[in-house]
Design a binder for this molecule. Structure first.
Ligand SMILES: [Zn+2]
Length: 276
């Protein structure tokens, strides 16, 4: 091993001193290497951002006209003599583990990652390394995930039951990542699928980037209230309780989030159902 650790934590985040760059910094820095565009990983104010090519358009939508360099999986870059490459993390489209190599020593920072293939994100690829820095958001043993297929069967059954009762089904999920997983895996034969604006914007960015996100319709374009009867409406958690819900007539609500595994979180959310 070299004398200095290749990466260390300081006030601004995970820092590579040899290369003079940060990974997902939480403060403004000169050079930020970004694993993915969720707001707890991609923060505004840095001078220069490096990200995967599927992350860059979302990054710009969220942070404004920032200076970016885009890359592809596996491509090696040199930053002040440190080799940097991005590898699939399986969390959302474009999400990356960051591999860093200096004088034969290899470190990997996972970012958020998921081992199960979700049929939307580029599947996780293990990367050989000397040191692995792992994100542990859902690392506690209370988080045990059901296979994805079971979760979507539950969502379809809930939606179908509501449709039979002529109710709209409002499913909350993060607009970047969770929403696309829902859309790609639900049964479109049950009824029409409408999206809140924040979700539709992200869908369109990914479609423009060549990802075949299934056709969805923005809910503002729905003119006849009766069209909502059998529909599934996908909206971000931040839209919960908004005035727009009044347009739907009778409806049932649910939340799709890993946080629904925590009983306290379920109780705090005023939704009818939680899908984990
Ligand atoms: Zn994330």
């Amino acid at each position: 091993m070299n004398n200095l650790p290749l990466l260390s934590f300081n006030k601004a985040g995970i820092y590579c001193e040899k290369g003079d760059f940060y990974i997902d910094p939480w403060k403004k820095v000169n050079r930020a290497v970004i694993t993915h565009a969720h707001s707890d990983h991609a923060r505004e104010g840095s001078k220069y951002y490096m990200a995967h090519k599927d992350t860059v358009p979302v990054l710009k939508q969220r942070l404004g006209p920032v200076v970016t360099e885009s890359t592809e999986y596996g491509k090696k870059h040199s930053i002040n003599g440190v080799k940097v490459s991005f590898h699939p993390a399986g969390h959302i489209i474009g999400s990356s583990q960051i591999r860093i190599e200096y004088k034969g020593e290899v470190w990997v920072v996972s970012g958020d990652y998921k081992l199960e293939n979700d049929n939307v994100s580029q599947p996780f690829e293990p990367v050989k390394c000397d040191v692995f820095i792992s994100e542990t958001t859902f690392g506690l043993p209370i988080y045990k995930w059901k296979p994805q297929k079971e979760v979507f069967e539950e969502i379809n059954a809930w939606w179908k039951k509501n449709a039979e009762e002529h109710k709209a089904s409002v499913l909350y999920g993060y607009s970047l990542g969770k929403a696309q997983r829902i859309i790609q895996n639900i049964d479109f034969q049950i009824g029409p699928v409408y999206t809140h604006g924040a979700v539709e914007n992200i869908n369109q960015i990914f479609r423009d980037g060549g990802f075949p996100i299934k056709p969805t319709q923005s809910l503002v374009s729905v003119e006849n209230k009766n069209d909502f009867n059998k529909s599934l409406v996908i909206a971000p958690p931040s839209a919960e309780g908004g005035k727009w819900l009044k347009r739907l007539g009778s409806y049932s609500t649910a939340m799709a989030s890993g946080w629904m595994a925590v009983r306290g979180m379920r109780r705090r959310r005023p939704v009818d159902r939680g899908f984990v």
